[in-house]
Write a protein that binds this ligand. Sequence first.
Ligand code: AMP
Length: 398
Amino acid sequence: MANILLVLNAGSSSIKFSAYDADTDDLQLVTRGQVEGLFSAPRFAAYNARGEKSGEHAWRTGDTLEHADAIAHISAYLRGLGVGHRLKAVGHRVVHGGAQFTKPVIVTEHVLNELERLTPLAPLHQPHNLKPIHIIAQRHPDVPQVACFDTAFHATQPEVASAFALPESLTRRGVRRYGFHGLSYEYVSTQLPNLPNLPDGARGRTVVAHLGNGASLCALDAGRSIATTMGFTALDGLMMGTRCGNLDPGVLLYMIDELGMNAREIEDVLYRQSGLLGVSGLSGDMRTLIASEDSRARFAIELYVYRIAREAGSMIAALRGIDTLVFTAGVGENSADTRRRVCEQLAWCGIDFDEQANVARGPRISKDTSKVGVWIVPTDEELMIARHTRNLTSVTRG
Ligand code: AMP
């Protein structure tokens, strides 16, 4: 059986995993899946490379699982496939690399300490991302681990794109725009040279719309990030499933002074009760809203599309034009309706939209004559992490 390269993406209540055959040049997927509902109703599911369910397990009601238990379950599942004992390296998604980590890095004790110190910049995510690194280090001290950051790809942003207009006392403490979804944008940028008939190849000006549960836009100049809509945290920019996106900071002062809300209450509103869910009062899931006749659901979609088109204008200005627009992630890859509406609002920049191709999922969804090429490019953040992990650990054949 193959040598395995494992990718882990841990959140507060779930761990997603992908296992790749390290002996194949293109890192073929062996299995992927997740343990969800860690501290409430834990359940495990795994899928083979064809996307067919290959394993599942639900724990008894009332059972709770720690991250360590979930990793033990994933290891046991891999061992059951005959691959667990050949674990060659583990790659992790880590949300924040700060100003210091602008590339993926092999984890050492020193690196881990430095990453712990970045927790105040991403308190909701960083501790959960780091937990599995500690667990694997204890269980498999000889297996190399690599941390890949959501922020790193945006290190190429010019200072003017990453700076806030704030006093130095704050910028000195790291208050600046970092940007997120970097692994997704990096993967998409590696796919750009494969797209046929691209007006200016990968050298052109591209706006990528990563529209998933979290959503952001990135301006790529010759494949490098020069601007993005997320900032200091993953709250800024576009309206998301449950996050508000761009917000006048004066609203926060009003919530504190007039509504008497504390930091945790405000955090809950901004991260979990806003976006599509907050505006529709119905759901943060685009599928539910598209299927709904409710006028608030319709307005939530209208606002979602309006925000994308308006922020895209700001990315296009940063690039001083646009050659290619790319849709990716859950909504971007699957919702023809959202893609059409965004492209209609962006027709001014030279998009000649092809509705037939859009419904047929492209991948090119603009007409041959369109000044701007519009594409659907499925993202694969896990594969990007696997590639980095292999490059850094030189996991080779045999
Ligand atoms: P992601 O975070 O990339 O997995 O994207 C998750 C989101 O994609 C979900 O919350 C859904 O709203 C959205 N999504 C998935 N499939 C569809 C679809 N067919 N139509 C509209 N939205 C979809």
